[in-house]
Design a protein around this ligand. Structure first.
Ligand SMILES: [Fe+2]
Ligand SMILES: [Fe+2]
Length: 235
């Protein structure tokens, strides 16, 4: 994985100092078994033949570069933005052709995977959520990374969301459940929240995610459709 990361950093024109700084941000995250698992393209294909882990790292690199290369982002919290990118798609199960059927259309992968990602990130990387203010910036950034695509609003009756990691949600401290509920109930329309992140760090990750997915990874219209429905028509 490290060799791939170095190659990818070169394609995004990272200099030596930038590489060192980027590695210092991501090493504790990529060392986790759950991340390593998601780096395997056979276990976790994300777009076409790109693994979920590779996609996440690409997003994190584009996020880093967007911030570093623009004066207007001088006051942005670079580390927090990279962390949001590293956590944004840590959803529970490979989404392509999942055998799990959802009762409600708005509980499909496209609408709920940011919530699963937040739950997993807090469970696997609790140290990043110790500071209350930063925790909310990270949580809000992950939850709204798909904007303008909506995220499902977390409800009092969380079972209704048909999450694949509901058991982990139940074990979260109440303060984190409150943050998830608060963030996914902003700009609510029916049971969906259509809102960009409240913080610049999250908004930059959202922008990076689109740049990476649309320009580099989504090679066909089928991939784009399957992102929402979770079904692939070819293969
Ligand atoms: Fe996503
Ligand atoms: Fe993504």
């Amino acid at each position: 994985m490290i060799d791939d990361i170095i190659n990818l950093l070169d394609t995004y024109d990272f200099n030596k100092e930038e590489k060192e700084e980027f590695f210092s941000f991501i090493i504790p995250i990529i060392s986790h078994d759950e991340f390593i698992k998601r780096y395997d393209a056979l276990e976790y294909p994300h777009h076409d033949n790109i693994s979920l882990g590779y996609h996440i790292l690409s997003d994190a690199m584009v996020t880093y570069k967007l911030i570093k290369d623009k004066d207007k982002y001088m006051n942005v919290d670079l580390k927090t933005a990279v962390i949001i990118a590293m956590f944004h798609d840590l959803y529970e199960l490979p989404w392509q052709n999942s055998p799990i059927k959802k009762d409600h259309f708005t509980n499909k992968h496209g609408f709920v995977h940011p919530i699963e990602a937040v739950i997993n990130a807090i469970t696997w990387y609790p140290e990043y959520f110790e500071n209350k203010e930063i925790a909310y910036i990270i949580i809000d950034g992950i939850l709204h990374h798909m904007y303008p695509f909506p995220v499902k609003s977390a409800l009092k009756n969380i079972e209704e969301l048909e999450l694949n990691n509901i058991n982990k949600y139940k074990k979260l401290l109440p303060k984190y459940k409150d943050m998830i509920i608060k963030s996914t109930n902003r700009n609510k329309l029916f049971k969906l929240s259509i809102s960009r992140s409240s913080y610049i760090e999250g908004r930059i990750v959202s922008k990076a995610d689109k740049q990476v997915s649309i320009s580099k990874e989504l090679k066909s219209i089928n991939s784009l459709q399957s992102l929402i429905t979770g079904r692939l028509r070819y293969k």
